[in-house]
Design a protein around this ligand. Structure first.
Ligand code: CTP
Ligand code: MG
Length: 379
């Protein structure tokens, strides 16, 4: 008989330990929803025939949409069904198993995997499937890196394993194990333990340290965001020249609705851009009387607050001011201090440099001053 492999992705948990707004399986991880990333890992394997996702009742539609919108045509072809989960992982997987059996009786083996393990590799998947076909039951494990002890004594690390998923089984064996566990009111935190309770030996397959379960906020890989901003203001008589919050003596100043601090405006746009929050035009419209002649340092403080409310921190910012005159080098330290204070960062995280444009263009003709800024953000 030819082997037919079904995969159950258990994704019906609440993610209590993560403490996020949506259950962790729907959070974005490296730019893609965790559940879609997990699905794609299995869809890629040549050995996998169909994938069934068990998820929370109220997220069944969302789950389907997320997976459908993040997958290729070939990956989508492997979608089996979205199945409503239960109160415990065991309950959810059992519901998945029963649904598969009802939908299609021809599966020979089933792999169970946590939706919260999006980093599973194709190698681990294929190794587990091969061993499952050979032995009827196989589980991916890794050796602990830390010494493990009970409160009373240190355990022999050589004897211990961290249990991961996927865990693969002959489908009949797994169904029988779940039936028996239900009758005997046996609760296990994984599938292999239920199979072993029947007296069946489960083979150990080499897992992968990268295949960890995303459980608490530290488990979410950090991502960076790069931001870029550009601004120009016209130089006119009768206005003060303010750059980086410093009033620079000059015969002309910059024209604008606010104090026209072009350097700070470019910086704000970089910060808003890098954190995907639009731009200053959207945030502080110049049609709003509230912002007339307002200090750009105040606006910058506001942008800094918006970033920190989103949990975004600043790694560094780098700003270039293009001005034919005046020379700004003598004011840079004061500007760095102002900007760092407004953003709640250190002056060494702020770099400012000035350049002329060799008398070329509008900057060279001293008609205006331009500024560009880039920043690196921890999202
Ligand atoms: N799971 C499930 N159904 C449940 C509980 C858990 O399908 N009723 C799934 C989770 O979605 C997860 C996997 O089982 O992919 C492993 O569980 P765990 O890491 O404990 O996830 P949660 O139960 O969601 O998290 P927590 O225990 O912190 O609430
Ligand atoms: Mg749990």
């Amino acid at each position: 008989m030819q082997n037919k492999i079904g995969v159950i992705i258990a994704a019906a948990g609440k993610g209590t330990r993560m403490g996020s707004e949506v259950p962790k399986q729907f959070m974005s991880i490296s730019g893609i929803p965790m559940i879609a990333k997990t699905y794609k890992a299995f869809a890629k394997s040549q050995l996998v025939d169909k994938i069934f996702i068990v998820t929370n009742e109220e997220y069944m539609e969302t789950c389907k949409d997320l997976v459908m919108s993040c997958t290729s045509f070939d990956e989508r072809k492997k979608m089996g069904a979205i199945i409503q989960g239960g109160d415990s992982r065991q309950d959810s997987v059992y519901r998945g198993l029963k649904a598969i059996k009802n939908l299609d009786n021809s599966f020979t083996h089933v792999l169970v995997h946590d939706g919260a393990r999006p980093f599973v590799s194709e190698d681990v998947i294929n190794r587990t499937i091969s061993r499952t076909i050979e032995t009827g039951a196989a589980v991916a494990c890794v050796k602990p890196k830390d010494t493990i002890r009970t409160r009373e004594r240190t355990l022999d690390r050589g004897q211990l394993l961290h249990v991961q998923t996927p865990q693969g089984f002959d489908i009949g064996l797994l169904i029988e194990s779940y039936e028996k566990a239900t009758i005997n009111r046996l609760e296990g935190t994984d599938d292999a333990s239920l199979v072993e309770a029947l007296g069946y030996r489960v083979a150990i397959v080499e897992g992968d340290y990268g295949n960890y379960k995303v459980t608490t906020p530290e488990d979410i890989p950090k991502t960076m965001g790069v931001g870029h901003g550009y601004d120009v203001h016209r130089l006119v008589e009768g206005r003060r020249l303010i750059l980086g919050g410093v009033n620079i003596p000059h015969e002309k100043g910059l024209l604008g609705h606010s104090d026209a601090d072009v350097l700070t405006h470019a910086l704000m746009d970089a910060l808003l851009g890098g954190s995907n929050m639009g731009d200053i035009g959207k945030l502080f419209p110049d049609t709003d009387i509230k912002y007339k002649d307002i200090s750009s340092m105040e606006l910058l403080r506001n942008v800094g607050l918006k970033l920190s409310r989103k949990g975004v921190t600043i790694s560094n910012v780098d700003i270039t001011v293009m001005a034919q005159r005046p020379k700004i080098s003598g004011y840079i330290e004061a500007m760095k201090k102002n900007i760092a204070a407004a953003l709640g960062i250190f002056p060494y995280q702020v770099n400012i440099k000035g350049t002329t444009t060799e008398k070329l263009g509008f900057v060279g003709r001293e008609e205006g001053i331009a500024a560009e800024a880039v920043c690196l953000l921890n999202l």
